[in-house]
Design a protein around this ligand. Structure first.
Ligand SMILES: [Zn+2]
Length: 322
C-alpha cells in the first residue's frame, strides 16, 4: 500500500493507494486544512487513525510538497512547518518516505490522466517523443518540466514561479512598479497565483470594489474571480483579464523553455474555476504571442487538468515506481 500526500499552502490531501499496472487505485482520500496542524506528523497520524490503517502496512510514503526539496525534506514556502522524510519515518514507523516537489508530483500524474480529466484549450498536434510541461496557479505558482529521455518521461521540478515577472504591456509595467515598491521585487507568483490576483485587484480599484471584495478574507481570490465572471465589478473584470493574460504568457514562456511539443498542462485550483475566462481567447493569444516561434507554440497541445487530485495521484504514481 502507498501513502501519498499533496501538501499545499492552504490545503493538504492525503490518500492511501493500491499499486496497479498503469495507475494506482485510491482506497481512502481526505482533505485537511494545512494550517490546522502544528506539524505534518500529527496530520498523518490523524489520517491513519481515521482510516484505521496500521503504518506497518504502508510500503512507501510519497509526499509532494509546495517548496524546494533538499535532503528529502521541504520547507513550505507559505507554511511555518517542515515536511521531513526522516522525521516522518521515525514518528509514523513507515518503511520508506520520499519527499518530492508538489509540481514534480503533479507532473508524474500527467501521463496517466484520461481525456475526461482534461479540458482542451488548444488541440495542436502532439509530437511523439516531445517534452511536456506543467504550470499550476493556486495559492502560489508551481512549474515543472517533463523531459522525454530514452523513451520515458522524467519530471523535473522547478522554482520558475519565483523567477522575475516579465512585463509585456504598459499595464504590466505598472504592475511591476507597484509590486517592486511593495515587495522589493516582482516575481511571477506575485501576479499569477491566488495572492497575485489580490495584488492585481489592489491596482485595478482606484475606486471602491463594486463587488465589495475584502482582500484580507482568505477566500478573496475566489470572490474576485466570481465577481469578474458575473461582471459585477469593472475593476474585478480588469483584474481577472490581466491575470489571465499573464498566466497565458507565463505558460508560453514555460513551453519555450521546455520545448513542450508533447503538451502543456495547466494544473492548480484556479484554472478549472475560471474556464470561461481561459477560453475567451486572451489566454491562448498570450501563450502563442512569441514571435518568431508563434508557429511552434500554436502546434502544442494545451490542456487544463480538471482532476483536483492530480498532485496526490502523481505522488502515488511516483511511490508505485520506487
Ligand atoms: Zn471589484
Amino acid at each position: 500500500m502507498i501513502l501519498a500526500g499533496d501538501v499545499g499552502g492552504t490545503k493538504t490531501l492525503l490518500g492511501l493507494f493500491e499499486p496497479d499496472a498503469v495507475r494506482p487505485r485510491p482506497i481512502s482520500v481526505r482533505s485537511f486544512g494545512t494550517l490546522d496542524y502544528d506539524t505534518f506528523e500529527t496530520m498523518i497520524a490523524a489520517f491513519l487513525a481515521d482510516a484505521a490503517i496500521d503504518a506497518a502496512r504502508i510500503g512507501v510514503t510519497c509526499l509532494g510538497a509546495a517548496g524546494p526539496v533538499t535532503d528529502n525534506a521541504a520547507d513550505l514556502t507559505a507554511v511555518p512547518w517542515r515536511v521531513d522524510g526522516a522525521r516522518i519515518r521515525a514518528t509514523t514507523g513507515a518503511a520508506r518516505v520520499v519527499v518530492i516537489n508538489d509540481l514534480q508530483a503533479m507532473a508524474q500524474a500527467v501521463p496517466v490522466l484520461q481525456d475526461a480529466e482534461l479540458y482542451v484549450l488548444q488541440r495542436g498536434a502532439r509530437a511523439p517523443g516531445g517534452n511536456m510541461a506543467v504550470i499550476a496557479a493556486g495559492t502560489g505558482l508551481g512549474e515543472a518540466l517533463i523531459h522525454h529521455v530514452d523513451g520515458r518521461y522524467v519530471p523535473v521540478p522547478s522554482e520558475g514561479g519565483h523567477a522575475d515577472f516579465p512585463a509585456r504591456t504598459e499595464r504590466e509595467f505598472a504592475v511591476v512598479r507597484d509590486l517592486t515598491a511593495r515587495y522589493g521585487r516582482a516575481d511571477v507568483e506575485h501576479v499569477v497565483s491566488g495572492r497575485g490576483l489580490i495584488n492585481i485587484h489592489r491596482m485595478t480599484h482606484a475606486a471602491a470594489c463594486g463587488a465589495a471584495v475584502d482582500v484580507d478574507d482568505p477566500h478573496a481570490a475566489a470572490a474576485i474571480t466570481s465577481a469578474a465572471l458575473d461582471r459585477r465589478c469593472p475593476g474585478c473584470v480588469e483584474a481577472l483579464d490581466l491575470f489571465v493574460e499573464a498566466y497565458g504568457a507565463q505558460a508560453g514562456n514555460l513551453a519555450l523553455r521546455s520545448v513542450a511539443t508533447g503538451g502543456v498542462f495547466i494544473g492548480g485550483g484556479i484554472a478549472p474555476k475560471i474556464l470561461p475566462a481561459l477560453t475567451s481567447g486572451a489566454f491562448m493569444h498570450a501563450f502563442r504571442a512569441k514571435s518568431p516561434l508563434d508557429g511552434l507554440l500554436g502546434a502544442m497541445p494545451v490542456n487544463v487538468i480538471l482532476n483536483a487530485e492530480a498532485g496526490l495521484l502523481g505522488a502515488a504514481v511516483f511511490g508505485s515506481q520506487l
